[in-house]
Design a protein around this ligand. Sequence first.
Ligand code: GLU
Length: 278
Amino acid sequence: MPGDVTRFAPSPTGFLHLGHAHAALFAAAHAVNGRFLLRIEDIDQTRCRPEYTAAVFDDLAWLGLHWEQPVRQQSQHLEDYRQALGTLEQLGVLYPCFCTRADIVREVGDIHRAPHGPDGVLYPGTCRGLSRAEAQERLAAGLPYALRLDVQQAQQMSGGPLLWTDRRQGVQRAEPQIFGDVVLARKDTPTSYHLAVTVDDALQGVTLVTRGEDLRAATDVHRLLQALLDLPTPDYQFHGLLCGPDGKRLAKRDQAKTLRAMRAEGLTARDVHTLAGF
Ligand code: GLU
C-alpha cells in the first residue's frame, strides 16, 4: 500500500531549533513508503529572509532528511492564492475590513471581557455591515484593508456538518466559528496562513498534515476553506511541543538554541535525533 504524502513547512524567520527538528522528523517518519515534502512558508516578507531559507536546507540535510524537488516556496505562488480568493469572493463569503487594531479594541469595549477565540479577541464584525457602496468608496480611497471570511455565511454555504480525521483521536467536527471572521488576505498580501496552507496542501497532494498541537484548532478553519474551495480533506496528526529547561515551549523569539549552535558545539545529527525524541 502506498504511504502518505507529508510535509514539513517552516517559516524562514530565524534558524531552526530542536522543536523544528522534532516537527521535521515527525513528518518524515509518517511518510514511510510515501513522499516527504518541504515547503517554505515565506508569505510574511517583512520577517522572512533568504539566508534563513538557505539554512533550512542546510540544517535538514545535516539531519539526514531527504525531500522532493522542487521545494514549494509560497512567495512564488501568490497567483494560486489570488485565484482561491477570487472563488471565495464569487461565493460572497468575503468582505473588506478597514478596522485597525485600535478600532477593534474601541469597538469591543473591555478587551479582557470581550469574547476570545484561539487567536485572541474575536473580531466584532464592524465592517461586515458596511454597505457595498461604502466599502467601494473606502477601497477607491486607497485605505488599507483586510479581507475577512464571513464565517456564518460560509458555514451556511458549505452545507452540513464539516468533519475531519485526527489519526489518533478519530473523526472531529469542525467548529470554525470559534475563530470568528478570520483574515484571509490583506491589501498588499493576497493570502494568509490559513488560506495558503489549505491551498498548498491540496495542490501538493498532501494526504497527512502533521503539525504541532498549537495549530490543532486552526484545522477547523482549514476544513471550512476546503469545503468552500472544493478541495480534498487530508488526515491530520499532531505532535507535542518541545519545552526548554524553563518549561516553556521552544520558540525563535525566545532565542531557543539553534540546530547550528548545537552542531557548532560538536553534537552529531544522531544526538539531535535523540534530543528531538527520534
Ligand atoms: N509554517 C508554520 C510554522 O512555521 C507551520 C505550517 C503548518 O503546519 O501548517 O509554524
